[in-house]
Design a protein around this ligand. Structure first.
Ligand SMILES: NC(=O)c1ccc[n+]([C@@H]2O[C@H](COP(=O)([O-])OP(=O)(O)OC[C@H]3O[C@@H](n4cnc5c(N)ncnc54)[C@H](OP(=O)(O)O)[C@@H]3O)[C@@H](O)[C@H]2O)c1
Length: 334
């Protein structure tokens, strides 16, 4: 078996995650038991949820001190004890921050490389990115034709797809909220958003009121905090606020700040609801087929930010939280 290089958690972050919270180690790749495969990890998906695993007693699962960090990946089977998986098969699964992953076959999904390139299965065709955007917009937000939809974290992986999915499901006006002029320009010139608001330039409440004079029918929130409060001030009557995530709070999970302006929900006969994609497995097949169709017909634009080298995993996680990615953030491991 090959040597396994791993990024392990050295200390639980106290506040913002630091590069010193991780270590790079090398050890033997464990021997396979029946029903397992060994996968060479080719790309890792750098996702916001990773930050929530670092605290101990995390929001999703937890990274253990001295252990690898949870992360989704795509890779190539190099050894198999299961007849359904052959050496050379490309698979996705919870590969974590390491160069070789030994996984039960039940945790692996075979990638159809005829449908799309392998990295698409960490982006537009991944459960935690593309399928989240499709299922959330269609079955949670329940977009009606002509509605005004606002997406926060709009230039990130989920947000950039969620805004496009809203349009493809019939939204009338799609507005993105993102950090900085470059990301805002990217949304309007490359992804077809109707308008973009730069939350780092201040007064999101007033700027959004200009862009959505009749109010916001659907708010897809990836961010929470001040941005959520600003959008609550702009809700239309019977608006739906969909809580997809709250990345602005992930470095302070012990003291999450709730919305100050939640009474606007009552005033506007609005509703606020959350969802977790893993509770919608019966929608995965439809979501994958629809997203693949849109992707391959050019209706869905994807953008990737690429970091190279497993040793860059800590910097990539830090970079995502600092807004260093546009679109899907991927780490090429090899
Ligand atoms: N509900 C579900 O089942 C589900 C599934 C998957 C993901 N999610 C959620 O989807 C959201 C997006 O995740 P992702 O993995 O696609 O990450 P991402 O959007 O690609 O990256 C995170 C982005 O958040 C923005 N950000 C960071 N700190 C911020 C702050 N304090 N205020 C405002 N924006 C901030 C940054 O963009 P700027 O440069 O614009 O600041 C950054 O690029 C997360 O909340 C995640 O938890 C939910």
């Amino acid at each position: 078996m090959p040597k396994n290089r791993k990024v392990v958690l050295k200390s639980h972050p106290q506040g913002p995650v630091r590069l010193e919270d991780f270590d790079m180690v090398e050890d033997e790749t464990e021997a396979l038991r029946p029903g397992q495969v060994c996968v060479r990890v080719d790309h890792l998906s750098i996702d916001a949820f990773i930050r929530t695993t670092l605290d101990g007693g995390g929001f999703h699962q937890s990274a253990k001190l001295g252990g690898v960090v949870p992360a989704l990946g795509v890779g190539t089977v190099v050894e198999s004890t299961d007849a359904a998986f052959a050496v050379g098969d490309v698979v996705t699964g919870p590969m974590c921050s390491q160069s070789y992953a030994v996984l039960p076959v039940a945790a692996c999904g075979k990638v159809d490389t005829q449908l799309a390139p392998p990295t698409a299965f960490l982006g537009a065709l991944s459960i935690a990115t593309g399928l989240t955007s499709y299922v959330g917009m269609k079955y949670v937000a329940k977009i009606h034709g002509g509605e005004t939809v606002v997406v926060s974290g709009a230039a990130g992986a989920v947000g950039s797809l969620a805004g496009q999915v809203a349009r493809l499901l019939g939204a009338g006006r799609v507005i993105g909220i993102a950090g900085g002029p470059d990301k805002c320009r990217f949304l309007t010139t490359q992804l077809g958003f109707d308008a973009a608001v730069d939350y780092k330039a201040g007064d999101v409440t007033a700027k959004l009121a200009e862009q959505a004079p009749n109010g916001v029918d659907v708010f897809w929130d990836n961010v929470g905090g001040d941005v959520l409060d600003a959008v609550l001030m702009n809700l239309a009557v019977e608006a739906r606020v969909v809580l997809c995530g709250a990345v602005s709070q992930y470095e302070n999970m012990a003291n999450v700040r709730g919305p100050k302006n939640y009474l606007k929900i009552a005033e506007r006969d609005a509703s606020m609801l959350g969802f977790t994609i893993f509770h919608y497995p019966d929608r995965y097949a439809e979501a994958t087929a629809t997203m693949a169709g849109w992707l391959n017909s050019g209706k869905l634009i994807v953008h990737e930010t690429l970091e190279v080298g497993l040793d860059r995993f800590p910097a990539a996680v830090r970079g995502l939280l600092d807004g260093g990615n546009t679109g899907k953030f991927l780490l090429k491991v090899g």
